[in-house]
Design a protein around this ligand. Structure first.
Ligand SMILES: NC(=O)c1ccc[n+]([C@@H]2O[C@H](COP(=O)([O-])OP(=O)(O)OC[C@H]3O[C@@H](n4cnc5c(N)ncnc54)[C@H](O)[C@@H]3O)[C@@H](O)[C@H]2O)c1
Length: 390
């Protein structure tokens, strides 16, 4: 089979940019039958020296501090945007206008309005788009989606989604860009609640209305040193800077199907590991998953085995989508970086097919509409309909 080579530029070589680089490089080996290969040709980061170091480490031929050079390069087919949220709109709109296919990290802009502007630019230009809602690609989550869609769980009555992270739990955590509205946009609403809402939409369908509350827990944090990540700690004696976006968001929701839901997200919970997961309650059964037990789905189908009542652990294995590409059936499981390879392959396949597939900018716009309704509900104190963003 002829290999389809797609040349990629990476914009933003911090944590996620590096993850994208590693993922693209592995696609050919893990998905050999697709005949698709990603050539990493250039990377850009405006922190002096960072892109050059990444290029040297991974053998990427070119690096620059100016992402525009990548858009001006006709040999580049697609870009990954893994920069801070405040540059998503400028870069993604310019990339769409330059005809580059785009893999943008969530939340795709600082605010729902920026997400809508980015989605509109991509729609106008017809480029293929993709978004890093990586937990969709967990093999047993794909299996749970199949169970829900096929009716094995019955009619979905209630969905519970949560993402509690600990990165902001220590008050000495540096005030990195995630805590500054100008640089991040919304706080945990964009950072973590987007994952919760995207997952709920995948498993239980679109959200129609929400009632939401937010909490600001820490008013200030230590001034960051150049290049520190959001897990690094300063000290009480460092100069302090204000935090101006929310630490926690909670919501009740109604789904278009008539089901109810609760969504919870926080960056300041003292949880030992990311607590991201869901429980779906249907008239025939229950499915439950947690990120820190990535390779295990808890499942109960009523009446299947009357003598066995309770959740059963289903181990990820070759019967679940893409699992066998990364792990033999020895119970060892796959990890977060494997999810990214599955995502990179999905993006490259969409480019080869010339058609975007969720999670793309259009499905992310649906998530942004839910986020916008939550933010309206903070101010109004009422239930708010999920509606188009003006
Ligand atoms: N899908 C996921 O699981 C996941 C996980 C973490 C982060 N993210 C997303 O990835 C993005 C990056 O997050 P991160 O944790 O890697 O942050 P980071 O701070 O580690 O990296 C961001 C990089 O962008 C660079 N940058 C900022 N503005 C730029 C510009 N105008 N031009 C070029 N480079 C610029 C910075 O110098 C930095 O190297 C965010 O949008 C975040 O929401 C997604």
């Amino acid at each position: 089979m002829a290999t389809k080579r797609i040349s990629i530029g990476i914009i933003g070589t911090g944590w996620m940019g590096s993850v994208h680089c590693r993922a693209y490089r592995e696609v050919r080996e893990r998905f050999p039958e697709s005949g698709i290969s990603a050539d990493l040709v250039a990377c850009a980061d405006n922190l002096p020296g960072r892109a050059a170091a990444e290029a040297q480490r991974l053998g990427i031929p070119r690096s620059t501090e100016d992402w525009r050079e990548l858009l001006d390069d006709p040999s580049i087919d697609a870009v990954s945007i893994a920069t801070r949220n405040d540059s998503h709109a400028e870069i993604a709109i310019a990339a769409a206008e330059a005809g580059k296919h785009i893999f943008c990290e969530k939340p795709v802009g600082r605010t729902p309005e920026e997400t809508a502007a980015i989605a509109a630019a991509a729609r106008r230009s017809g480029v293929v788009t993709f978004v890093g809602f990586c937990y969709r690609w967990v093999p047993v989550v794909s299996y749970a989606a199949q169970l829900a869609a096929s009716g094995r769980l019955g009619r979905i009555l209630h969905y519970r989604g949560v993402f509690f992270a600990a990165y902001g739990a220590p008050p000495q955590g540096f005030r990195t860009w995630r805590y500054v509205f100008e640089q991040s946009g919304y706080g945990v609403l964009g950072d973590l609640m987007t994952h919760v809402v995207d997952m709920a939409t995948l498993l239980a369908g679109p959200v129609s209305e929400v009632s939401s509350q937010k909490q600001h827990v820490y008013e200030q944090r230590p001034e960051p040193r150049l290049g520190v990540d959001h897990y690094a700690l300063g000290s009480d004696s460092d100069p302090m800077l204000p935090v101006d976006n929310e630490d926690s968001v909670y919501a009740q929701a109604r789904l278009e199907s008539g089901a109810t839901a609760t969504f919870e997200a926080s960056r300041v919970m003292q949880t030992p590991a990311n607590e991201f997961g869901f429980t779906i309650y249907g008239t025939e059964g229950v499915a439950s998953w947690q990120f820190n037990l990535l390779n295990k789905l808890q499942l109960y189908i009523a009446g299947e085995e009357p003598e066995r009542i309770g959740l059963t652990t289903v181990f990820a294995g070759r019967h679940h989508p893409n699992h066998a590409r990364f792990s033999a059936d020895l119970g060892g499981g796959i990890d977060y970086e494997a999810l990214q390879v599955i995502g990179a392959h999905q993006f490259l396949s969409a480019i080869a097919a010339g058609k975007s597939e969720a999670p793309d900018f259009e499905s992310t716009l649906q998530v942004a509409r839910v986020n916008a309704a939550m933010a309206r509900s903070w101010d109004s104190g009422r239930w708010e309909q999920v509606a188009a963003i003006p």
